[in-house]
Design a protein around this ligand. Structure first.
Ligand code: FAD
Length: 310
């Protein structure tokens, strides 16, 4: 393992030298993943690389693939549980041009894969474009959201997608029509096919700033009333079973507030597990398995993870 660690760090160092002086290309070694996730959980990653544009992303990932170094993109880390032992590979983050929003057509916004949903919502407000207000309060990026077809209040991000620019597993880059991305409840072909999302074009409807603002406020209000906003979490831990709500089931079994160390089933929303301070991945997983087995025992329903465990 030690040799492998040295090999990965040396390979990344070579890449770093190649990009010397390129604005925005940055590398860190052995950073703690807990500093890059909303759960504030996770051990060290061997190397983390910030790429400022698609070209540097393509060169970086081709080099990593060539040397067989495992790598994955991380957005805002709001849907992942990293192990306490961390990630033995390279994490790539999309920055600079990969996190910008443009308006190529009247009702179309184009956003880089690393753009936060908050930024997309704020640009849509500036431009008086309606349709994406429900995304407010989802603390992820465009790439992370498209992977799982993030949604709430009866809407999903896939409904807005006109097309997505992806890098496929073979390292080829191409546009994919939204309707061919296989968006379904908390999943997509993008995820199954291990595509990297470089940018996406979203369709909106022309509206007025006042109406867009009012809808944003409404969704924000509901979130604050029903979810532990401000606590460290990764949103809903389990997918909803067909025609049911996981939170309601967990609640009905009296599991609200259940704790394992500093990990706790949120007293406000039973499908959230919050980190009250120093929770570990093991404690979260213990709690998840406890809840899953209780639900199975009493309802014969096997809850599926909504979050990703790396
Ligand atoms: C308080 C709170 C509320 C939430 N509310 C909601 C909600 O209402 N609805 C909902 O659906 N989710 C919700 N979530 C979960 C989460 O915010 C979403 O799933 C979000 O879309 C994840 O985006 P991310 O950038 O954080 O992805 P990450 O957690 O960083 O990554 C998730 C996965 O996507 C991959 N990925 C990230 N970027 C890319 C890319 N550019 N290309 C390819 N793969 C990529 C990663 O490799 C990983 O496999 C909530 C989370 C929190 C903490």
């Amino acid at each position: 393992m030690e040799d492998r660690h040295v090999f990965v760090c040396e390979s990344v160092k070579t890449l770093e030298n190649r990009f010397l002086g390129i604005d925005g290309f940055q590398v860190t070694y052995n950073s703690l993943l807990r500093n890059f996730t909303t759960w504030k959980i996770g051990g060290p990653v061997w190397a983390m690389i910030w790429v400022p544009d698609i070209t540097s992303f393509m060169i970086t990932t081709a080099a990593l693939d060539e040397t067989g170094i495992p790598w994955r993109i991380l957005g805002k880390g709001s849907n992942v549980l990293f192990p306490d032992t961390g990630y033995q590979g390279v994490i790539v983050r999309l920055a600079g041009e990969c996190a910008l929003v443009r308006r190529p057509k009247t009702t179309l916004l184009e956003a880089g894969g690393g753009t936060t949903l908050a930024r997309v919502v704020s640009v849509s407000l500036q431009e008086s474009l309606s349709g994406g207000e429900f995304l407010v309060g989802i603390p992820g990026t465009v790439g992370g959201a498209l992977m799982v077809n993030a949604g709430c209040f009866g809407r999903e991000i896939g409904d807005l997608v006109e097309s997505v620019l992806v890098r496929d597993r073979k390292g080829k880059i191409h546009w994919l029509e939204g309707e061919h991305a296989g968006f379904c409840y908390r999943n997509s072909f993008l995820r199954d096919g291990r595509f990297s999302v470089m940018k996406a074009r979203f369709r909106f409807t022309a509206s007025s700033a006042d109406r867009v603002r009012e809808r944003i406020r409404k969704f924000n209000r509901i979130r604050k009333l029903t979810q532990p906003v401000g606590e460290h979490s990764a949103g809903c831990v389990f997918k909803n079973p067909e025609k049911e709500f996981a939170a309601k089931i967990i609640d009905s079994l009296g599991l609200k507030g259940l704790r394992s160390g500093d990990a706790q089933v949120s007293p406000k929303h039973s499908n959230f597990i919050i980190n009250r301070g120093t929770a570990t991945a093991r404690q979260v997983q213990f709690l998840m398995e406890w809840v899953r087995s209780e639900v199975y025992r009493s309802r014969k329903l096997l809850l599926e993870n909504e979050i990703e465990v790396w």
